[in-house]
Design a protein around this ligand. Structure first.
Ligand SMILES: *Cc1c(COP(=O)(O)O)cnc(C)c1O
Length: 394
């Protein structure tokens, strides 16, 4: 017997649930890629992406996932042998660094921890040691989707500034843009990147990069540039060059609709929605943790992301729980990845999420914990309900 029917609910951190409006926006014929409508669509999206990143700098759209956008950032500002400093807080900055190493950069990892965010003071100390300025760029993620850690990018930006070091600061916002505040210019970020399929509620397949004046200056001398990723190649007047070939017309319609929806909701409201729903998840996990099996992967409460929560299982099998939730109840939880493979599951709360989706997911996790006899504190979903009742004003 199962209690699943109809649409499966994806509680994984990407691809995320797409609004019906976004799906419908793609159900139409392609545009003539040379038409003025096409040019206007591109211009509106580039302007709105810069607004989302909060920069006066330039934005670029690639037909790529996040891994592609990583290569876009690296190839545009690095030269062979340049040193990149990777700020570790789980899996994703490390992955960005691995791409850089494969492309010919020298990569140094500022050792972090899977259970905590990057410490800004450690970044400052490392940069102060680098008297010859051999480090050319620093990469960090705002949210590490594997560990569930939230990095205080503003504080890291301040630390870099305080050190007086000239390295470019590059930030991955794949699991946070549109969900949590991000201020590229105010926080001293030179290059930012993101993808379409997480907070931005759009199908996988678009990668976004923004660059400021300083990055565009460094770009001029970078020798890892290749034609597809190259910012300069994309600056030609001909619209065709904006995508280095045919525009991904339908994905752009989808993105247009998704950004329209975010603008209608208001970015501040979207951030607040993520804060509330993220906290609701944390209230539930905190109660479940009383059973001594489940627990937060990220130890410090203020380092937990509002977009994804990674729950460790202290020796119990997360796969059995995930399988139960999917096969019996139609909810797909995220799996533990990297160091947490086989040891954790993840609940995504990013993008097109609302109270019934989150409370439903928490309820299903609790059904699974009961059905599988996994010890846990009782009343986790109830705690989430109480929290929302107290904090979503009538
Ligand atoms: C998902 C993710 C990526 C990789 O994106 P893909 O589209 O899967 O290539 C990079 N960084 C972060 C923080 C992510 O969450």
């Amino acid at each position: 017997m199962t209690v699943r029917a109809g649409r499966e609910f994806l509680a994984i951190p990407g691809p995320t649930t797409m609004p019906d409006e976004v799906l419908q926006a793609m159900h139409r014929p392609a545009l003539d890629i040379y038409s003025s409508q096409m040019v206007e669509l591109t211009e509106s999206l580039l302007a709105d992406l810069s607004k989302l990143f909060a920069t006066e700098g330039k934005s670029y759209i690639y037909i790529a996932n996040g891994h592609g956008a990583w290569e876009a950032t690296l190839s545009n500002v690095l030269s062979r042998g340049d040193k990149l400093l990777v700020l570790e807080s789980g899996r994703f900055a490390i992955g960005w660094g691995q791409a850089a190493a494969a492309m010919g950069a020298e990569v140094e990892v500022l050792k972090g921890d899977w259970r905590r965010a990057v410490r800004a003071s450690e970044v400052e100390a490392r940069l102060r040691q680098d008297k010859e300025h051999s480090i050319k760029a620093i990469v960090a993620v705002q949210v590490d989707t594997a560990s569930g850690a939230y990095n205080d990018i503003e504080a890291i930006g301040k630390a870099i500034k305080a050190s007086g070091h000239p390295a470019l600061f590059m930030v991955d916002t794949v699991a946070s843009l549109g969900c949590m505040p991000f201020e590229m210019d105010k926080w001293g970020i030179d290059v930012a990147m993101s993808g379409s399929q997480k907070g931005l509620m759009t199908p996988p397949g678009l990668g976004f990069v923004a660059a400021n004046e300083r990055a565009l200056e460094v770009h001029k001398k970078a020798n890892l540039r290749t034609p597809y990723w190259d910012w300069t190649e994309r600056e030609g007047t001909e619209h065709y060059r904006k995508y280095a070939g045919t525009a991904p017309v339908h994905l752009l319609f989808a993105l247009r609709k998704a950004i329209d929806m975010l603008q209608t909701e208001g970015l501040e409201n979207a951030f607040q929605r993520h804060r509330l729903l993220g906290e609701a998840v944390r209230r539930a996990v905190a109660v479940w943790s009383e059973g001594q099996v489940l627990g937060f992967n990220v130890m410090e409460a203020n380092e937990r992301s509002n977009t994804v929560t990674t729950v460790t299982m202290n020796g119990h099998d997360p796969l059995a729980l995930q399988r139960y939730c999917k096969e019996k109840c139609g909810v797909v939880l995220g799996t533990g990845i990297g160091d947490l493979s086989g040891q954790a599951f993840r609940i995504a709360h990013m993008g097109h999420v609302n109270a019934p989706m989150i409370l439903g997911t928490l309820g299903v996790v609790e059904v699974g914990l009961n059905a599988l006899g996994i010890p846990h504190g009782k009343g986790g979903t109830e705690a989430a309900i109480e929290y929302l009742g107290e904090n979503v004003a009538a």
